[in-house]
Design a protein around this ligand. Sequence first.
Ligand SMILES: Nc1nc2c(ncn2[C@@H]2O[C@H](COP(=O)(O)OP(=O)(O)OP(=O)(O)O)[C@@H](O)[C@H]2O)c(=O)[nH]1
Ligand SMILES: [Mg+2]
Length: 447
Amino acid sequence: MGTRRESAVLVSVEFGNRKGPQLRTASLARSAALLSESADDSGLDATATRSFDFEASIEEFRELVLSAGASILAEVVQRRPKPDPATLLGSGKIDEIHGIVASSHADVVLFDYDLTPTQLRNLEDLLPCRVVDRTQLILDIFARHARTREGQLQVELAQLEYMLPRLTGRGRSMSQLGGGIGTRGPGETQLETDRRRIQRRLLQLREELEGVRRVRAQQRQRREAVPVPAVALVGYTNAGKSTLFNTITRAGVLESSRMFATLDPKLKAIQLPSRRKVLLSDTVGFIRDLPHTLVTSFRATLEEVQKAEVLVHVRDCTSPMQEEHKAEVEKVLGELDVLSTPRIEVLNKIDLLPEKEREALLASGAVAVSGKTGLGVEALMARLDQALVADPIVEQRFQIPQSEGLVLAALGAGALIREREFDGNLVRMTVAGPASLIGRYRRFWKS
Ligand SMILES: Nc1nc2c(ncn2[C@@H]2O[C@H](COP(=O)(O)OP(=O)(O)OP(=O)(O)O)[C@@H](O)[C@H]2O)c(=O)[nH]1
Ligand SMILES: [Mg+2]
């Protein structure tokens, strides 16, 4: 990790000619004032027409950059009808950025956009410092926060997979040693590597991960011998999951204002008011445009989501992006095939609301809490009890083709397999699990 903060120039881009509503909050207006105000290629005045969504996404980008440990030197915004295939930005904008970098001695230019390998290479040629795109930035944050062996292996794997198509023989960005954004992890040790060495390392990583996962699976099996229902906290990054988890469990799990503080699964047994025991898990935060390699490679924490009987969706009710974040979370839940798992929507951070609004929320029957102060947490526990009581454990015979890997995995993860026999490409088994899960796969029931 770098010993000093890197200084960064941030570049946000918006394509198309959409006109958005005016800025809505003081803090966003303040941030807007910090931004470069120059009119862009499209001839429109960027500030006047910048949409609310765009402002919020810049705010989020800033938060990501701080999470990566960099300091923000300057921010540049460009709106243009469409991206330039070779350089993303227009040449005027690139000159402007060049000037800012040269005069401010910035270490890195960060793009809130995924660059193609060609764009990355060209921008590196045109600018006098490193260039890092959004995926690489997120990978870097993950690299900083991974604490278990499994988490570290997963991040390195994702970083190498990202790097591979961007190795062009020149490898300028890979050949700079140091602790900068995008050079951590594999960047530090394997900078001069050619493809073959990376491929070999990838193979090695996959094998090591397989081993780590086998151990996890064994631990899980042991845990599942005692069927305790699982509850997973899910939500957008920074929604307050770890804080709420701590308040509920007093487990002392790392809580951080930096995004993605949680990369490794955290599990804790808790007791509900009914004295029913459940396993509560804290999970990694979701984020817009999460690099796909990460969605799949972070299946360690997401496994807990797949086997949960109830999901608790933690939402920051003070965020101006609430609805977008909710949609994003639901998208990921869909990819994990858990949209039909019962879900409790929890509005968090109500301590930050004006008293009237808070009272109104609490009176409306919504589950509203403050993970920080503990307000409303008891009511949440009672809701959990209800959700679980409504989902008793039932036993059912199944007959499932082996090709239905997802179904087999879901049942294996969320229920107890009592007996199992293989018949050609069919699996017959008796499964004891929550009625909701069993019911979801009715089409494979065998009476
Ligand atoms: N005021 C207030 N702040 C909160 C509350 N819950 C969380 N926070 C703050 O919000 C920030 C993020 O909290 P975390 O618990 O780390 O969020 P998270 O959802 O676990 O984030 P990731 O692990 O990055 O996905 C921290 O600065 C918390 O102190 C709350 O109820 N009220
Ligand atoms: Mg967390």
